[in-house]
Design a protein around this ligand. Structure first.
Ligand code: ADP
Ligand code: MG
Length: 310
């Protein structure tokens, strides 16, 4: 038994900030003193790039681990920003087909990670935008799943499919799997529509909403181009602080007390008003600043209740 917790960051929709969430959270958790392993389960290897490794120059990758050719310990590498990484390469694209022919294919990742779990406090799994064997492997290996979600029309359709897969995994391969919640990403609080979609998804599926939302900010698009995360390139941007809040929650570090003037004990869920969520040490682009400053009071309260119950 170890105290390591494993989180799958999953949504079969592409471009919802799964990889950005894994890279930013991993680095924020390292800053909190945690030993972190990030696992790239996408053949496009964006996480591997984002953490500063070149997938074209890797001899061994998660592909070799999943096929049982080498141990995870042999493939995990340190990265400049602190987390260890099980990198991906394009080889992983053929892995699904090869795994499909194997007995126990859903457990490949779980078994591989069992061998190195004791060396880490947190393992973060960056899923590919599919609900195929690789994502089933991630859900089978995880304790909890976090669903990054860009709140737009019809984004709930993907959530239903993903939850069906989660329920299958709970029934068949990993009864202990829990859904931690939906993480609103690329969030623009100026759009009423965004809030409506988020509230609808939370109530429709009975999911917790992880607060604060991650504001949309150009800083996130800039960082991977130089093989770094936003924690290194713009650590004081509101989006970086939003990821640090999530990292503190995962690490079990208490949030600083919220002044009573900004968090009234009883707030009508339907009312929308300004709530200060992060310190704006540095001006960010307009949308990012607006989004980080204002969250829907009802959602903030729900998240707050969720934290108190933990
Ligand atoms: P996924 O892994 O779900 O496909 P990514 O993490 O690769 O999504 O993000 C998709 C794109 O959106 C990337 O170009 C990334 O830099 C950008 N991005 C991620 N989060 C944000 C954000 N909060 N604000 C603006 N752009 C973002
Ligand atoms: Mg990705």
């Amino acid at each position: 038994m170890t105290n390591c917790r494993t989180y799958a960051i999953a949504n079969q929709k592409g471009g919802v900030a799964k990889t950005t969430t894994v890279a930013s959270l991993a680095t924020a958790l390292v800053d909190l003193g945690k030993r972190v392993l990030a696992v790239d389960l996408d053949p496009q290897a964006c996480l591997t790039f984002s953490l500063g490794l070149d997938p074209d120059n890797l001899e061994l990758s998660i592909h070799d681990v999943l096929l049982g050719r080498v141990s995870a310990r042999m493939v995990a590498q340190p990265t400049a920003e602190g987390p260890d990484l099980l990198p991906s390469t394009i080889d992983l694209a053929g892995c699904e087909a090869q795994l499909l022919m194997r007995t126990g294919r859903e457990y490949s990742l779980r078994h591989a990670l069992d061998e190195i779990r004791a060396a880490y406090d947190v393992i973060l799994l960056d899923c590919a935008p599919t609900l195929g064997v690789l994502t089933i492997n991630a859900l089978t290996a995880a304790d909890e799943v976090i669903v990054p979600l860009q709140c737009e029309t019809l984004s709930h359709r993907g959530v239903g499919q993903l939850l069906d897969t989660v329920h299958d995994v709970q029934r068949l391969t990993n009864p202990a799997l829990a859904v931690m919640g939906v993480l609103p990403t690329l969030f623009d609080a100026r759009t009423l529509h965004t809030r409506a979609v988020l509230a609808d998804i939370a109530s429709r599926y009975g999911l917790d909403v992880l607060e604060p939302p991650i504001p949309r900010s150009i800083r996130f698009a800039e960082a991977p181009a130089v093989g770094k995360t936003v924690m290194a390139t713009a650590r004081r941007t509101p989006g970086a602080e939003a990821y640090r809040v999530l990292a503190r929650r995962i690490a079990g570090v208490r949030e600083p007390a919220v002044p009573p003037t900004t968090q009234p004990a009883v707030a009508p869920v339907t009312e929308t008003r300004a709530v200060q969520t992060v310190n704006l040490d540095e001006p960010d682009d307009e949308a990012g600043s607006a989004a980080s400053n204002y969250v829907e009071a009802g959602l903030a309260e729900a998240a707050h209740r969720g934290w108190e119950q933990r």
